[in-house]
Design a protein around this ligand. Structure first.
Ligand code: TMP
Length: 209
């Protein structure tokens, strides 16, 4: 795999992104790659502060959909400018747990207009677009137990199943629109099978790792 690759992982809550990312990180690092693992919202001190504001607002109120879209994009801009682009430049492989597609999924499902999300994404991401995006897909009803086991309480975890189903549909639609970049992986397969599938996609796209 050539240097300077930007990989993102997307999917519903409890789809197993973190476990897969950890597995791939070990594997790529063991083969000598300089791997930077990060997440969104977050990844830099300011973006992590914005994450807390978005996911656990300090007052008993949620942000309006557009305000929330602005906050996650502000966090993303800081993350890209200060961490992702500088790491890609000298040739690291950057692996991010979520990126701009999550705004399409989550803020899109909160009914922020596509043209607003388009504009924000263009402003925020610029040329630093992922080379490859894995979408971990499963019926949210099947992931319910995992979400409960994680015990995370944030503004999205407690939304009704229909909200999570809407997000799933949005991710699948995105994958259909971006076939060159997005690969769907069955999130319910055993982790070893998921890891092997992801690695095989990376090798097919970028050469042996
Ligand atoms: P996670 O790290 O457990 O996946 O949680 C991140 C949460 O942030 C998740 O609920 C999705 C949400 N999110 C957005 O709403 N918009 C975004 O642009 C991003 C990156 C994440």
């Amino acid at each position: 795999m050539a240097a300077g690759r930007f990989l993102t992982f997307e999917g519903g809550e409890g789809s197993g992104k973190s476990t897969l990312i950890r597995g791939l990180q070990e594997l790529l690092a063991a083969r000598g790659h300089d791997v930077v693992v990060t997440r969104e919202p977050g990844g830099t001190p300011l973006a992590e502060a914005a994450r807390a504001l978005v996911l656990t607002p300090p007052v008993d109120e949620d942000w309006s959909p557009v305000a929330q879209a602005l906050l996650v994009n502000a966090a993303r801009r800081d993350h890209i400018e200060r961490l992702i682009a500088p790491a890609l430049e000298p040739g690291a492989c950057v692996v991010s747990d979520r990126c701009a597609d999550s705004a399409r999924g989550f803020q899109g499902e909160r009914r922020v207009d596509d043209h607003v999300l388009d504009t924000l994404e263009t402003l925020t991401v610029g040329d630093t677009r992922p080379d490859l995006t894995f979408i971990l897909d499963a019926d949210p009803a099947e992931l319910q137990q995992r979400r409960t086991d994680r015990g995370i309480s944030d503004v999205f975890e407690n939304k009704p199943l229909s909200f999570h189903q809407g997000i799933r549909a949005r991710f699948l639609h995105l994958a259909g629109q971006n076939r060159d970049r997005c690969v769907i992986i069955d999130a319910l397969s055993p982790i070893e099978a998921v890891k092997t599938a992801a690695l095989s996609v990376i090798e097919t796209r970028f050469g042996a790792v």
